[in-house]
Design a protein around this ligand. Structure first.
Ligand SMILES: [Zn+2]
Length: 418
């Protein structure tokens, strides 16, 4: 049962107040925080409380992470983690079992409402190293019989091994799949290339997370698995959670966090910009108005699916996944370049300086001069004529060491721009 919007705001407000009080009292970094607002209206109170808290930059956390640990939680109850950023150094994190339980509650609310049960078998395409890299014979997967989970290696998905994956997926009793959009997309392409999509009804849903889900990922995955894709946005800080709906929007799990948008672009329909997240379940290390590094587009009208609360069209890639033009503009959301490209299987944009970029393209059989012309046109439409563009046809696109795919990789520092 979904609580109405007003009830969610009252709940958020109560949790925010108690988090702020605990932070003021027990967290060294937040010693000087003013008390929370006493306003009657929950939204008004939250806005006032948040407004007097300074924005937390990653750099401030990196300087002294220990100063964020709440002293009222016994050390032995703290679990250790670290941020999963693909660039820069990983930051240490602390959290409690209760925080983890809340994270999983958000994950399972999504799964349950998508028709999946706790005991259902599933296949997973995360970044775990489950098979030695040198292995050149199937199986490229391992089954955890107790959890009903079969983990597939992301590091053996070469064309010559993919038919074995297709066989294994068809032989599996899995009711759902979880993983990175890019990996599930690769597998989906293999299923379709073999002319063997799964029969409709076998999978209840496909759950993607950890990377931007692009339109062509969704289309291909839904066609190959004959099941809807439900995306989720979460972070290793456990400070925000959003879950997908049948309208392909992302709904904020309101009990879990508050999201503010620093408006860069605003219309009657939406507001878009970097997110400041306040993690209402971050008991061990409160994250208040934390600039997480991702941008989002919040819609101003309720979602047609009927779920109340904050609703987002999407969350953009990491801030570093922007392209910089010679005149210093930062351009994000470049997945649109490939959105209408039926002839491109995968693509990646690499940038080392603001004057040029390289676009690596894994072509489909239908790719030809016309497709290339269209692709260049799309790029020019978004990045202008002054940037040098080198198109390179490749067989595969390398994954990051953690198995993730990055659509845009830039080493350009924003400070270096004109
Ligand atoms: Zn919705």
């Amino acid at each position: 049962m979904l609580a109405p919007r007003e009830e969610l705001h009252a709940l958020q407000r109560a949790r925010l107040d108690s988090l702020v009080e605990r932070a003021r009292t027990h967290v060294p970094h937040y010693r000087d925080l003013p008390p929370h607002s006493e306003a009657h209206d929950p939204l008004e109170a939250m806005t006032a409380t948040l407004a007097q808290i300074p924005v937390l930059e990653k750099s401030a956390y990196r300087e002294n992470p220990e100063s964020f640990i709440a002293a009222d939680i016994p050390k032995r109850e703290l679990l250790r983690g670290k941020t999963s950023g693909t660039t820069g150094t990983a930051l240490p994190l602390w959290y409690t079992r209760e925080t983890l339980a809340e994270e999983y509650a958000a994950v399972w609310r999504l799964r349950r409402t998508s028709g999946v049960g706790l005991r259902d078998p599933y296949i997973s395409f995360g970044g775990q190293l489950v098979v030695p890299f040198e292995q050149s014979e199937p199986p490229f997967w391992r089954t955890n019989h107790h959890g009903g989970q079969t983990l597939f290696s992301l590091y053996h998905m070469a064309p010559r091994f993919l038919p074995a994956y297709v066989d294994a997926i068809h032989a599996s009793p899995a009711r759902y799949a979880v993983g990175y959009p890019s990996s599930l997309h690769l597998i989906a392409r293999a299923l379709l290339a073999a002319g063997r999509p799964l029969p409709r009804g076998q999978m209840a849903a496909i759950f993607t997370s950890s990377e931007s889900l692009l339109a062509f990922h969704r289309e291909t995955i839904e066609e190959a698995f004959q099941a809807p894709v439900r995306d989720r946005y979460g972070t290793s800080e456990f400070s925000v959670s959003m879950t997908g709906c049948p309208e392909n929007h992302l709904h904020l799990d309101m009990e879990f966090g508050i999201v503010e948008i620093e408006a860069v672009e605003e219309t009657e329909q939406f507001v878009r910009g970097p997110m400041l997240v306040t993690g209402l379940a971050t008991h061990a290390t409160p994250f208040l108005r934390y600039r997480i590094g991702d941008s989002a587009t919040r819609l101003k009208h309720p979602c047609p699916c009927g779920r109340p609360g904050d609703v987002f069209a999407d969350v953009d890639g990491r801030i570093e996944d922007y392209v910089v033009t010679p005149d210093g503009r930062r351009i994000g959301r470049l997945d649109h370049i490939f959105k209408e490209q039926r002839d491109v299987a995968e693509a990646q944009i690499l940038q080392e300086n603001p004057e040029s970029l390289e676009v690596r393209v894994v072509p489909r059989a239908s790719y030809g001069p016309e497709a290339e012309r269209q692709l260049r046109e799309e790029i020019r439409a978004r990045l202008g004529d002054s940037i040098r563009v080198e198109l390179r046809i490749v067989d595969t696109i390398a994954r990051e060491p953690n198995g993730k795919f990055r659509a845009v990789k830039s080493t350009v520092k924003f400070g270096e721009n004109p």
